[in-house]
Design a protein around this ligand. Structure first.
Ligand code: NAD
Ligand code: LMR
Length: 328
């Protein structure tokens, strides 16, 4: 029997990530090849015409799984009845900016959209924040939507996770699908800590295969931390297709589950695991079952990792304070 359609909201849908993301959702990349979807697309009035153009293209693409399209600049209409909300709307950073430099513009959007989601989304709506600063926008959304369970509000660090897998695959000349269990700890920013201490390639520890701790503790980390800036420098625009693909991976694994023996990185509400201050949205290794994520527990943390995990937590605490000062 055909499944009931799932309503998926994409905010900022007329932007570049939106343009890459909505066809992926309509093709079943996010929720599976047998899951019909109704797309809700929100943007702001200056982008209304472009948004309508995206709607026209979705119709023209004749996606069999796409059962309806709502394209609107009305946040209430956009949020009504949605089961999944992918929050991409906001302003991207430009060359020379840090992600927190877009804070003033973006956190106020997340405060106001929090109430719309809280009031109008379906019960148990799952939220993924993509717009930067992603962790702090997600935190603000959580704080201003207190009736949405905190487990349902997450941010995107899957792009960083995939970047880490990609760098290891390139170094070892193996398929990226053979590299598993890297971890992104902390903030989706240049302080994030890409950790390969527990990662494997073709079933063997990455550290044993790479045989170059200086590279793993140095250039590998900075390459992943700075990859967003490198893309901006090269494209004069921030990453879009890889961000859209990461967003699909994040929701797919959250809803349909992570493969046995594999974890992924998600920005989630910290419960104090690994001595990360509770109450931050921090990227952890997680496994997913039955639509719920669980932080992987008990991984040994060496002194090098501890310092890096603490530094990125400190930055998130500072961002939280800065976000509140922008909102007051
Ligand atoms: P973009 O400028 O191309 O698109 C953003 C869209 O959001 C625009 O169409 C804009 O009109 C719309 N918008 C602005 N305010 C809005 C509001 N209040 N409600 C709804 N829509 C609104 O930018 P982009 O390249 O698509 O990037 C979007 C965001 O994603 C940026 O903040 C970027 O930094 C971030 N990003 C995050 C990751 C990640 O891994 N977390 C990766 C790439 C980009
Ligand atoms: C990315 O990681 O590509 C995005 O967050 C865009 C940026 O500003 O780096």
């Amino acid at each position: 029997m055909a499944k009931e359609p799932v309503r998926v909201l994409v905010t900022g849908a007329a932007g570049q990530i939106g343009y890459a993301l909505v066809p992926m959702i309509a093709r079943g990349v996010m929720l599976g090849p047998d899951q019909p979807v109704i797309l809700h697309m929100l943007d702001i009035p200056p982008a209304a015409e472009a948004l309508n153009g995206v709607k026209m293209e979705l119709i023209d693409a004749a996606f069999p799984l796409l059962k309806g399209v709502v394209a609107t600049t009305d946040v209430v209409e956009a949020c009504t009845g949605v089961n999944i909300a992918v929050m991409v709307g906001g302003f991207p950073r430009k060359e020379g900016m840090e992600r927190k430099d877009v804070m003033t513009k973006n956190v106020s959007i997340y405060k106001s959209q929090a109430s719309a989601l809280e009031k109008h989304a379906a019960a148990n709506c799952k939220v993924l924040v993509v717009a930067n600063p992603a962790n702090t926008n997600a935190l603000i959304l959580k704080e201003f939507a207190p009736s949405i369970p905190e487990k349902n509000i997450t941010c995107l660090t899957r792009l960083d996770h995939n970047r880490a897998l990609g760098q290891i695959a390139e170094k070892l000349k193996v398929q990226v699908s053979d590299v598993k269990n890297a971890i992104i700890w902390g903030n989706h920013s240049s302080t994030q800590y890409p950790d390969v201490n527990h990662a494997t390639a073709c079933g063997k520890p990455v550290r044993e295969l790479v045989k170059n701790d200086a590279w793993l503790n140095g250039e590998f980390i900075t390459t992943v931390q700075q990859r967003g800036a490198a893309i901006i420098k090269a494209r004069k625009l921030s990453s879009a297709l890889s961000a859209a693909s990461g967003a699909c991976d994040h929701i797919r694994d959250w809803v349909l589950g992570t493969p046995e023996g594999t974890w992924v990185s998600m920005g989630v509400y910290s419960d104090g695991s690994y001595n990360v201050p509770a109450g931050l949205i921090y990227s952890f290794p997680v496994t997913c079952r039955n639509g719920e994520w669980t932080i992987v527990q008990g991984l040994p943390i060496d002194e090098f990792s501890r310092k890096k995990m603490d530094a990125t937590a400190d930055e998130l605490s500072e961002e939280k304070a800065l976000a509140y000062s922008c909102l007051s």
